[in-house]
Design a protein around this ligand. Structure first.
Ligand SMILES: Nc1ncnc2c1ncn2[C@@H]1O[C@H](COP(=O)(O)OP(=O)(O)OP(=O)(O)O)[C@@H](O)[C@H]1O
Ligand SMILES: [Mg+2]
Length: 357
């Protein structure tokens, strides 16, 4: 059921076109019998009494207005009026003023034209709604996938930390004891022990990569500082962190924290992989209810529009960042200039209702 399919502005634009073509006065009344569009502007808003009576009867049909009717009904002029149908519902009437016989065929033609325009609008509206629904569903599933992935990473990380690391530690201690008590095999046992120590180290790094404890325990700001510090040491690249002092002790929703942290990881990985930069600047600033996160490098830059346009399915990093930010109702933009570097700008609302899936 269409509540108001005949928008007065749209109706007026149709009236203007039809009236100009027919060189006649044309008006449209809504389903309550009020004139919503007319070439005679003073008639707009008036009740067309003959239309009201006909529409109230519940049986829409075309009718002519005679000289006699013009004297007895308010708001009417001689002419011919034809119902406008949309999906089996009468949504109004279109009237062409003048000699009723001559006006009849014009009015019918005008009604067809209006119906065609309304049908086109309705089709477009349905397509837009379907597209919006699909986009909402897509976003919902992406969020779900991201959440499940994070939950799995957290589980594996905990398992590695609690089970695998403990077991390796016992092996290391055991090998040490065995080496001391078995002088004949000491060298081999110490070698095995060193191997176990290296494996423990690798397991620890993997667990941190999967889910940094510092993020859960101390929050985004501390985790960002720690990640930058390790990254800077590992890749020997200068990274400056500009962090708003009011954020130092602030915690955000787990959803926001993990998503921004993952973006930081991907952005800094991209810089190492692609940018050839010598300096990086990461900034986290709070502006009332928005958290602004910027990652800037002085590397070789790239054509970000091209990357988006010819989306290569092997390049998922930037796409993933965009999806993560969309899931937080935030804004994400890339500003990159060849030979001058790249800047990723992110803005996310802070006091958003937490995600419930
Ligand atoms: N900071 C940067 N400086 C220069 N080029 C960049 C930078 N970040 C991204 N790019 C370019 O954008 C492309 C897409 O990046 P994206 O992270 O989506 O994919 P990727 O890093 O190639 O692969 P992955 O899916 O493993 O992340 C890169 O291949 C690179 O050409
Ligand atoms: Mg990448």
């Amino acid at each position: 059921m269409n509540t108001q399919p005949l928008d007065p502005k749209f109706a007026q634009s149709l009236v203007d076109i039809i009236a100009a073509e027919l060189n006649k006065n044309v008006n449209i009344v809504d389903k309550k019998g009020i004139i919503i569009a007319s070439l005679s502007k003073e008639r707009i808003g008036q009740r067309h009494e003959a239309s009201t009576i006909m529409l109230n009867s519940g049986q829409a049909h075309e009718f002519s207005v005679t000289e006699h009717d013009q004297q007895h009904f308010s708001g009417v002029r001689t002419g011919f009026n034809v119902p406008i149908w949309l999906e089996s519902e009468c949504v109004g009437l279109i009237g062409v003023t003048g000699n009723s016989e001559e006006s009849a065929s014009y009015a019918r033609l005008a009604a067809h034209f209006v119906e065609a325009a309304l049908n086109a609008n309705l089709r477009q509206e349905k397509l837009v709604n379907a597209l919006q629904e699909k986009q909402a569903l897509h976003q919902h599933y992406i969020k779900k996938i991201i959440n499940i992935q994070e939950e799995e990473r957290r589980k594996i990380s905990r398992e590695l930390h609690d089970e695998t690391s403990q077991a390796l530690t016992s092996i290391i201690v055991g090998l040490r004891v065995l080496a001391e008590t078995t002088p004949a095999k000491k060298a081999e046992l110490l070698q095995m022990r060193d191997l176990a120590v290296n494996t423990l180290d690798a397991v620890h790094r993997l667990a941190v990569q999967l889910r940094p404890v510092v993020l859960d325990d101390l929050g985004l700001v501390s985790a960002t500082q720690k990640y930058i510090e390790d990254y800077s040491k590992k890749y020997k690249i200068q990274v400056t962190a500009k962090i708003d002092p009011q954020l130092l002790r602030q915690r955000f929703s787990p959803e926001l924290e993990i998503n921004l942290y993952r973006i930081l990881q991907e952005a800094l990985t991209n810089i190492i992989k692609h940018a050839q930069a010598t300096e990086v600047q990461v900034s986290l600033v709070k502006k009332t209810s928005v958290l602004s996160f910027t990652i800037l490098d002085n590397g070789i830059g790239f054509h970000s529009q091209k990357v988006y346009k010819h989306r290569n399915h092997a390049c998922l990093g930037l796409y993933g960042m965009k999806e993560r930010i969309a899931g937080l109702d935030g804004d994400f933009s890339i500003h990159s200039t060849i030979n001058h570097g790249t800047c990723l700008k992110i803005e996310v609302p802070i006091n958003r209702k937490p995600l419930t899936l």
